[in-house]
Design a protein around this ligand. Structure first.
Ligand code: HEM
Length: 448
C-alpha cells in the first residue's frame, strides 16, 4: 500500500471515529448548495471569525490590563528620567506593549482585529443590501443583524477609552454628549454610563460594557442570528425572477454538501488566513500608544475618534448641525436599516431591479466614505453650508444618474431578451407578474 493511500485511510478512520462519537452531523449546521464554495457567501462567517479572534486576544489582554484611573508616580517602564504621573489604565497598557513578551503584537492585533471586524461587518451588510438577502423569509435575520451592527460599534466605542489616552478620552466625551442627546433613551443611558460622574466611574462602566455586557449581548444576538440562518438556509443567488423560491426543501438539503467537514474547513481556511494577516500586519506596523489623560505637555491633542465614527464627528462640524440633529439623523438611519425588509417590498432581488434602493445604498456608502476621509483630514474644522452642498450634493446626484442609466440600459436589454424568447416560443411567453401576496413564498421549481 502506498504511503498516500495509507495516510488518507488513516485520516478518514480518525475523522470517522470523531464524527461518530461526537454525533457531529447532528449538531453541525445544515448542508449547503455547492455554489456556496465562494467567499462572498460566507462574509458573515468571516465576521464571526474576527469576533472569535477578538474574544481570545481580549481575554489575554485582560490578564494585564488595569481599569483604573489611579495615578501612580511611576515610570510605567519608560526610560529613567521621564517619570510622570500617569493613570494605571494607561500604565498597564504601556506595560503590555513594552514589558510583556509578544505584548505589543497582542495589543496591536486586537486593535487591528477590531478594525477588520467592523470593516468585514460592513462588507457583510452591503452584500446583503445589494443582493436583497433581507427579503422574505429573512427579514428577522436582517433585523437581528442590525442589532449586531449597533452592538459591534458599541464594542469599538467602549474599547477606545480603555488605554486611557488623551485623544480617546476627548473623543469619548464628544461621543457621550451625542449619545446622551438621544430622545428618551439618552436620559436613561446617562446614569448608566456616567456612574457617579467621576473619571473612574466612566472608565469602569466602559470597561464593564466592553468585556462583559456587550460581549454577552453580541453572543446572544449571534446565537439568534445563526439559528435564523440555520432555519432558513442560505439565501439563493439574486435574480430578476419575481417568483423565486427562497428556501430549500429537506429533499434538496440531502443532496447538498454537508456542513461538517466540507463547509467548516472551507471557512476555517479563510479564518486562518485572516488570523495570519492580522498578526502579520500587527508585527510589521505595531500600534504606538498616544499620550495619557492628564499629561499637561499634551494640552493641544486633537479630538479624534476611531475611523468608523469619523463621519459622525465631521457631521457635527457642519454649519447648523447641532448634536441633537446629528443624533436624530443617525437614529433615522438606524430605523431605516432596521425596517428595510418592510420598506423594499418588491419580490425581485437583483440590484438591476431595485433602482431606488441601489441609489439610496450607494449614495449613503459614498457619503460615509467622503465624510470619513474628510473627518480624518480636518477633524474639528467647521464647514460652511455652501461647501457642504458642493461636496455632498454631487454624491447623491451622480449616483442617481448612474443608477438611472444602469436601470434604463438593463430594462432595454431585458425587454429585448424577452422579445427574442417570445418569438422563439411562438408568442406564448409573457413577462412574469410580481407576486402580490406580501410575504408569500411560492413553491416554484428551480432557482435562478
Ligand atoms: C457581528 C456582526 C455579524 C456577524 C458575526 C454575522 C454573522 C453571520 C453569519 C455567520 C451568517 C451566515 C452566512 C454568512 O456567513 O454570510 C450571517 C447571515 C446573515 N446576516 Fe449576518 N452577521 C453580522 C452582522 C449582520 C448585519 C449587520 C446584517 C444586516 C443588517 C446581517 C444580516 C444577515 C443576513 C440577512 C443573513 C442571511 C444571509 C444569507 O442567508 O445568505 N448580519 N450572518
Amino acid at each position: 500500500m502506498s504511503f498516500t493511500s495509507w495516510y488518507n485511510r488513516t485520516l478518514n478512520q480518525i475523522w470517522g471515529f470523531v464524527e461518530d462519537r461526537t454525533a457531529m452531523r447532528k449538531w453541525a449546521l445544515r448542508p449547503q448548495p455547492d455554489f456556496t464554495f465562494k467567499p462572498s457567501y460566507w462574509t458573515g462567517a468571516f465576521v464571526l471569525n474576527a469576533f472569535l479572534y477578538q474574544v481570545v486576544s481580549g481575554m489575554l489582554l485582560l490578564l494585564y490590563y488595569q481599569p483604573s484611573t489611579n495615578t501612580t508616580l511611576t515610570a510605567c517602564g519608560q526610560p529613567v528620567g521621564t517619570q510622570s504621573i500617569a493613570p494605571a489604565a494607561w500604565c498597564s497598557t504601556y506595560y503590555i506593549i513594552h514589558s510583556i513578551p509578544l505584548g505589543s503584537l497582542l495589543l496591536s492585533s486586537h486593535l487591528y482585529g477590531a478594525y477588520a471586524m467592523i470593516f468585514l461587518m460592513f462588507v457583510h451588510f452591503y452584500r446583503g443590501y445589494y443582493l436583497g438577502v433581507y427579503k422574505a423569509p429573512r427579514e428577522f435575520s436582517w433585523m437581528v443583524g442590525t442589532l449586531l451592527l449597533i452592538a459591534t460599534l458599541g464594542m469599538g466605542f467602549t474599547g477606545y477609552l480603555l488605554p486611557y489616552t488623551q485623544i480617546s478620552y476627548n473623543a469619548t466625551n464628544v461621543g457621550l454628549v451625542l449619545a446622551l442627546r438621544l430622545p428618551t433613551v439618552g436620559p436613561l443611558l446617562g446614569p448608566l454610563i456616567l456612574a457617579d460622574g467621576t473619571s473612574q466611574g466612566l472608565l469602569s462602566r466602559m470597561f464593564d460594557a466592553h468585556v462583559l455586557l456587550l460581549p454577552l449581548v453580541l453572543a446572544a444576538l449571534l446565537y439568534a442570528h445563526v439559528a435564523l440562518f440555520e432555519s432558513h438556509g442560505i439565501a439563493p443567488p439574486a435574480t430578476s425572477d419575481p417568483v423565486q423560491r427562497r428556501r430549500y426543501t429537506e429533499k434538496e438539503d440531502k443532496q447538498h454538501v454537508p456542513f461538517m467537514p466540507h463547509i467548516f474547513w472551507y471557512i476555517t481556511k479563510w479564518g486562518l488566513l485572516y488570523t495570519g494577516l492580522i498578526i502579520g500586519i500587527a508585527a510589521l506596523w505595531p500600534w504606538n500608544l498616544p499620550t495619557y489623560v492628564g499629561n499637561l505637555a499634551a494640552a493641544g491633542v486633537v479630538t479624534e475618534p476611531d475611523w468608523y465614527f469619523l463621519w459622525l464627528f465631521k457631521f457635527v462640524d457642519f454649519a447648523g448641525v447641532t448634536p441633537v440633529l446629528a443624533i436624530g439623523i443617525t437614529t433615522v438611519l438606524i430605523v431605516f436599516v432596521l425596517f428595510l425588509p418592510f420598506l423594499d417590498r418588491s419580490k425581485r432581488t437583483h440590484p438591476r431591479d431595485r433602482p431606488l434602493w441601489i441609489w439610496i445604498g450607494t449614495s449613503l456608502l459614498g457619503f460615509f466614505v467622503v465624510m470619513t476621509v474628510w473627518g480624518g483630514e480636518t477633524p474639528g474644522v467647521q464647514i460652511p453650508v455652501m461647501q457642504i452642498a458642493y461636496t455632498i450634493g454631487p454624491i447623491f446626484a451622480v449616483n442617481g444618474l448612474a443608477t438611472l442609466l444602469f436601470h434604463w440600459q438593463y430594462r432595454k436589454s431585458y425587454l429585448r431578451r424577452l422579445a427574442v424568447r417570445e418569438a422563439r416560443m411562438g408568442g406564448n411567453y409573457s413577462m412574469p407578474a410580481p407576486v402580490s401576496a406580501p410575504g408569500a413564498i411560492p413553491e416554484v421549481k428551480g432557482i435562478e
